[in-house]
Design a protein around this ligand. Structure first.
Ligand code: KIV
Ligand code: ZN
Length: 526
């Protein structure tokens, strides 16, 4: 059988990406509307079937993000989340108005625990809500997804009645979430089979699964569910999401592709875009990817031991089950330095999975030259940090103009900063317990705010004393967390830039709230 024939026979598993909704619900992972648009763009390019763009009633920012993504995205279905209330559903419908293909995803909890304590509703009342919410969503669009929150801990027969009711009311996709990441792969597969056997109208809807990773089983549960009959998987880039996160898109897609011998399925994903999507999501959320993370971690294709290196050089498949180029990671052929030109730089960016427009490329090249003047060899990790920094800087309104620090054993640490705030320069100075503390205090003098520093983390991007420092800062205000990430060969400069990046997000959020946008805190109603 030829490869083409075997592909033809494979059933397609739809990829529903919820990076912009469930992923963004991770504390500190909030994205601006512009950042969400960038992520949506790469998800569409990658061939994601459904992009869950947000929860429109949650805040003005969420509404705007869904609305803008609905205007821009043409190939993927754009989806908005809604609880089982008329207000939520209508808000999602409004946000999705411009979409070429819009989906409303409405959910309600179906487990005894959630119904009794959270919803304070009887099962019969929940069933009524299922019917009414799906019917209401169908007034806006023919593409309606219904989810039974905490499905994996629900009474199976009650869950089946809810699913039957949702389909009868017009749901075209029914989603079975393992909301708290409690399920075991065999048990979850059995639940999907049970639903297929006990819901009389199940053939009129696509079965979807949505697995959380609290026990590290999200991908395993999703794969077993596919084998049991699910044909849509909900997942996120880098596996970000509530608590321990969601099933990782890249792991599901590459498992289906790599174990085609066992899994007779295919997806519509262009896997060569995986690295670029992973890096973008990491850059805009500030959630760095752990080095040993499957598929997208920095070490996923690195071979350290001599035996492994020798094997790979003789025949790549000795220790590689996937080709790096299949996930958008070209085998590195160039080391850059200060004599490297635009052409080599562009090629390196392409190898790393970045495809920048002319202006962005020019700016990145300028930053590269600047870095190469300070650092002998510019490694891949430096380039990644440099482009990520550029992505973050694009729409920052509070920027570092200059920083001067005095420190050492003989003096009190002191910092002077000049910041550009909406184009106007503000200067301040302060002393502190150390140079970083002094710099942060000076920033607080220049831009007074009440935020609390929750995290300050530094790591060296590469080896050597000329390595760039990568700094992550998290600031918290009113139960909301904002991250900032920056890198520089000067650790204190990197720290100040990371602090400003987090502060910029915080100030924008405060501004949106003042303008009447509200916050993401939802009323406790259904
Ligand atoms: O985890 C969950 O149950 C959810 C639903 C809204 C689908 O995210
Ligand atoms: Zn979820």
């Amino acid at each position: 059988m030829t490869a083409k024939e075997s592909t033809f026979e494979r059933e397609t598993v739809l990829i529903f990406d919820t990076t912009l909704r469930d992923g963004e619900q991770s504390p500190g992972a909030s994205m601006t509307v512009e950042e969400k648009l960038r992520v949506a763009e790469i998800l569409e390019e990658m061939g994601v079937d459904v992009i869950e763009a947000g929860f429109p009633i949650a805040s003005e920012g969420d509404f705007r993000a869904v609305h803008e993504i609905a205007k821009r995205v043409k190939r993927s279905v754009v989806c908005g989340l809604a609880r089982a209330t008329a207000a939520d559903i209508d808000r999602a419908g409004e946000a999705l108005r411009p979409a070429e293909r819009g989906r409303i995803h409405t959910f309600i909890a179906t487990s005894p625990l959630h119904m009794k304590y959270k919803l304070q509703m009887t099962p019969e009342e929940v069933l009524e809500r299922v019917r009414d919410s799906v019917r209401r969503a169908r007034r806006w669009t023919d593409d309606v997804e219904w989810s039974g929150e905490d499905a994996s801990r629900s009474d199976r027969d009650f869950l089946c009645r809810c699913i039957e009711t949702a389909i009868a009311a017009g749901a075209t996709t029914v989603n079975i979430p393992d909301t708290v990441g409690y399920a075991h792969p065999e048990e979850f597969a059995d639940l999907i089979r049970y639903i297929r056997d006990h819901v009389p109208n199940i053939d009129r809807a696509v079965i979807s699964v949505h697995c959380h990773n609290d026990l590290g089983l999200a991908v395993a549960n999703s794969l077993r569910a596919i084998e049991a009959g699910a044909r849509q998987v909900e997942c996120t880039v880098n596996g970000i999401g509530e608590r321990a996160g969601n099933a990782a898109l890249e792991e599901i897609v590459m498992a289906i592709r790599t174990r085609a011998d066992l899994l007779p399925f295919r997806t519509n994903i262009d896997t060569t875009k995986i690295m670029a999507a992973s890096r973008l999501v990491s850059a805009v959320t500030g959630f760095t990817v752990q080095p040993n993370k499957a598929i997208v971690g920095a070490n996923a294709f690195a071979h350290e031991s001599g035996i492994h290196q020798d094997g790979v050089l003789k025949h790549a498949q000795t220790y590689e089950i996937m080709r790096p180029e299949d996930v958008g990671l070209a085998r590195s052929s160039l080391v850059l330095g200060k004599h490297s030109g635009r052409h080599a730089f562009r090629r390196k960016l392409e190898e790393l999975g970045y495809h920048l427009g002319d202006n962005a490329l020019e700016e990145a090249f300028r930053r590269f030259k600047d870095l190469a003047d300070r650092k002998k060899q510019v490694y891949d990790e430096d380039i990644v940090a440099l482009v990520d920094q550029e992505i973050q800087d694009l729409d920052q309104r509070v920027r570092l103009e200059s920083l001067r620090v005095e420190c050492g054993t003989e003096c009190t640490p002191r910092a002077e900063v000049a910041l550009a705030v909406d184009g106007a320069v503000r200067r301040a100075e302060a002393t502190g317990d150390g140079p970083v503390d002094a710099a942060f205090r000076a920033i607080r003098e220049a831009v007074p705010h009440e935020a609390e520093l929750r995290l300050f983390q530094i790591h060296a991007i590469t080896g050597g004393t000329d390595a760039q420092a990568a700094v992550t800062v998290r600031l918290a205000r009113d139960h909301r967390v904002f991250h900032g990430h920056a890198s520089d060969t000067d650790t204190i400069v990197a720290a100040a830039k990371a602090y400003l990046a987090a502060l910029d997000r915080l100030l924008r959020a405060a501004e949106r709230t003042r303008e009447g946008g509200g916050s993401r805190e939802l009323p406790p109603a259904v």
